[in-house]
Design a protein around this ligand. Structure first.
Ligand SMILES: [Ca+2]
Length: 413
């Protein structure tokens, strides 16, 4: 880490320490109270943010379940009707996804996938540290990433393809070692007959805290060409509010691992106050969105702004607390969501839900998010990742099905 805390004036949060949140750690009745308060606000964003507790602005498509239909205590008894919101009139209804193919790949706890320029999928397996390739619906082993020390939620996690892959052949991976979480890169080359081989990894960025849980792990190159890294607080909650610490952050790096130019604190940190960032994706206009696990309440979809503070551990969800950025979507109970992989296509954010065992679709409108709609609830088990494949189909990776598999959804747009 380099210089701490140098402010640039770019959307910097006020670092005031608020009193304890009514939402953080709240019991069911407190959450209901918070929802009712929010429902009475005329602010559009408040209505959208807490759409899950304010009633159904539009009926779900057949075979689907809207967020308002969730059976959480907060949602079920938040009876006061909300004021009419623009979300009902303007939010597009996600087209119902259709499973085109189920790929029985015999995977062991896959975590992420990327697609090579020739369309080959490369999938990471968390516990085995293996990289699997998928061509024509068949899986093969590319190799084992050395140095991985899997434990708990740690292991071989996120993958990102270099934007210059055609020239440098680099595949990036986020992994847990004996000492830390780190980002490495190695080459993937095609040999004779089209067989692929991987080179030895180089460490690009190290020192991200590790733990049995809250390891973060998502990495992705943004439209600006820089590498974004979602970290977890690794059970060191105090790190999340410290702009000089790596836990509980979204980082923004050059391809060589050095801090990207223009970062708000003059170091690798891009945003702070995160608990466990699990998904990163950009919308059509280049806005960054991120999914995040809540504790046992308040899973989040956040719009990420440079230098903004997303609250953890002081607040969770959307409490409208000065100095903290409200989530755009809050799932009051982690039973319904626990969102991991995130993909955005056609103005819709798709989130794979682990504990919720479903695919959430959230229509986005500029900086606001509409009512989440659920698909496949309980049909395929836990969903770890959602990835847009070449040609526009979405791939879903299951988690813990033993063996795990991939679902290919028909292109939606
Ligand atoms: Ca938050």
């Amino acid at each position: 880490m380099s210089r701490p805390g140098r402010k640039s004036g770019l959307n910097l949060p006020r670092m005031r320490r608020p009193r304890a949140s009514a939402l953080h750690g709240a019991n069911g009745s407190e959450r209901v109270k918070a929802c009712r308060i929010a429902a009475g606000l005329s602010c559009l964003s408040a209505c959208l943010v807490l759409a899950g507790c304010t009633g159904a602005p539009q009926p779900p498509a057949p075979g689907t379940e809207s967020a308002a239909g969730m059976t959480t205590p907060g949602a079920a008894v938040a009876s006061p009707a909300p004021p009419a919101t623009q979300s009902a009139a303007t939010s597009p209804v996600p087209a119902a996804p259709v499973v085109q193919e189920r790929l029985e790949l015999q995977l062991d706890t896959p975590w992420a996938a990327v697609f090579l320029p020739d369309g080959t999928a490369v999938i990471s397996e968390r516990g085995t540290a293996l990289l699997k390739t998928v061509r024509d619906g068949r899986a093969a082993t590319l190799g084992k990433v050395p140095g991985v020390a899997p434990a708990g939620e740690g292991g071989l996690l996120g993958l990102a393809l270099s934007p210059q892959f055609d020239a440098d052949h680099y595949l990036y991976a986020y992994l847990t070692t004996q000492d830390d979480n780190r980002v490495v890169r190695f080459t993937v080359d095609a040999g004779a007959g089209g067989s692929l081989s991987m080179g030895l990894p180089q460490t690009v960025f190290s020192g991200i805290p590790k733990a049995g849980t809250h390891n973060g792990g998502r990495i992705r190159f943004g439209p600006d060409g820089f590498l974004y890294v979602g970290t977890g607080d690794a059970q060191r909650r105090e790190q999340a509010q410290d702009p000089t610490a790596l836990g509980g952050k979204i980082l923004r790096l050059r391809a060589d691992g050095s801090p990207a130019p223009g970062n708000p604190f003059g170091n690798a940190v891009y945003s702070l106050g995160h608990r466990n960032v699990q998904g990163l994706a950009w919308d059509d206009t280049g806005r960054l969105w991120a999914s995040e696990f809540g504790p046992d309440v308040d899973d989040e979809l956040n719009l990420i702004l440079p230098g903004a503070n997303y609250g953890w551990p002081e607040v969770t969800g959307a409490p409208h607390r000065a100095g903290f950025q409200d989530a755009k979507v809050v799932w009051p109970s982690t039973r319904d969501s626990s969102p991991s992989g995130l993909e955005i296509t056609g103005g819709i954010a798709y989130l794979g839900a682990l504990r919720g065992e479903r695919l959430w679709a959230v229509p986005l409108q500029a900086e606001e998010a509409g009512t989440p709609v659920a698909y496949f609830t309980g049909e395929y088990g836990r969903i770890r990742d959602v990835i847009r494949a070449p040609g526009g189909s979405l791939w879903l990776l299951t988690n813990g099905e033993n063996p795990d598999f991939a679902l290919v959804l028909r292109p939606l747009h």
